[in-house]
Design a protein around this ligand. Structure first.
Ligand SMILES: [Zn+2]
Ligand SMILES: [Zn+2]
Length: 337
């Protein structure tokens, strides 16, 4: 897959470079370097895994060779993280070997980085409860939890110097648009006619979604609200995602995403019309043959959609019996309502 550095210039003359970094084997993310008067700002950091750090350094070399922009990691004087997923913040410790630049993130995602270990423990317990709710077998539960925790101890907690919230203006340049759903602290950043859409809106694929039952601030309800937030923006001529290629027609891409969400809702409704099912059964029917980590992602995604339908009163659980203990319900089957 061909990856190269791209350059854009906004109407006010701000330079933007898109640096492709291989964050996981054969999976790329875009790190953006924004250069304006006195500002050398990195948006996201890559994963810190595998080739990611080397690709980042190579990206700076390419910027210098192709456009004469004499900058290195040591010149970076601001770091902004679009959300706290490892493919976007995992390179932070590496970058801090070169620069003392302050790092900023939405307030709802700070804890993931500053309290990494404690939050991971909390999140893994919530995931475990969700998988039992979703109806995976004991064997599959063990397998999926093992995969979730694999390699997660590679990152050490890092300090965060700055936080922001919806509507804040950063570096006198970026407007923060808070768009949770994919991640509790997910934001898009507007700079002139350019929107940095992070993982909220990608050119080809739908971002991963998991139910709020695992992590508050995620889930389909928030995600769709965030899409409407972006749809209200006017004057966006270029959208730059956290992965994949730039988006030239944002309105058209939003339409595709809304339609894709509706197709998934229709598919789940059809399956539940036939018979009540668990999230794991629905996921197996919708995403046949998924293996490894993708299987976990599939179950989480279907969980997010079923939760959305439940919150809106379109489905209901059929096998939760009133009882006298506090255990969470397991193997919950849903029916259309
Ligand atoms: Zn993400
Ligand atoms: Zn990502």
């Amino acid at each position: 897959m061909e990856q190269r550095v791209l350059r854009f210039e906004t109407h006010t003359g701000v330079r933007i470079y898109s640096l492709p970094v291989e964050v996981f084997p054969q999976f790329y993310a875009n790190v953006y370097l924004v250069v304006a008067d006195g500002l050398v700002c990195l948006i996201d950091t890559g994963s810190g895994h595998g080739n990611s750090n080397n690709d980042l350094v190579a990206g700076f070399a390419a910027i210098q060779a192709q456009w004469g922009e004499k900058l290195s990691l040591a010149d970076v004087n601001q770091i902004i993280l679009t959300h706290a997923h490892i493919d976007h913040f995992g390179g932070l410790a590496f970058i801090r070997q070169f620069t003392q630049a302050p790092t900023a993130i939405h307030i709802a995602d700070r804890r993931v980085i500053t309290n990494y270990d404690g939050r991971l423990l909390f999140a893994s317990k919530a995931l475990s409860r969700f998988l039992r709710h979703a109806g995976v077998s004991a064997e599959q539960h063990q397998h999926l939890m093992g995969m979730y925790l694999h390699n997660k101890d590679a990152f050490r907690p890092q300090p965060i110097e700055q936080t922001f919230e919806d509507g804040d203006r950063l570096c006198n340049l970026f407007e923060v648009i808070y768009t949770p759903g994919h991640c509790p602290g997910q934001v898009c950043l507007r700079l002139d006619e350019v929107l940095f859409s992070a993982d909220h809106i990608l050119a080809r694929t739908a971002p991963h979604l998991a139910p709020e039952m695992i992590t508050p601030g995620t889930g389909l309800e928030h995600y769709i609200s965030g899409l409407h937030q972006v749809a209200k923006l006017t004057g966006i001529e270029l959208t730059l995602g956290g992965h994949e290629q730039p988006i030239e027609n944002l309105a058209q891409r939003l339409e595709q995403i809304f339609a894709s969400n509706q197709r998934k809702i229709d598919r789940i409704s059809d399956l539940l019309k036939a018979q009540p099912q668990t999230v794991a059964q629905l996921s197996a029917a919708m995403y046949r043959g998924l293996q490894g980590y993708d299987q976990l992602l599939g179950i989480e995604k279907v969980g997010a959609f079923v939760e959305y339908l439940y919150l809106r009163g379109y489905v209901r659980p059929v096998n939760i019996a009133p009882d006298d203990d506090d255990r969470d319900p397991i193997n919950v089957m849903y029916e259309l309502f």
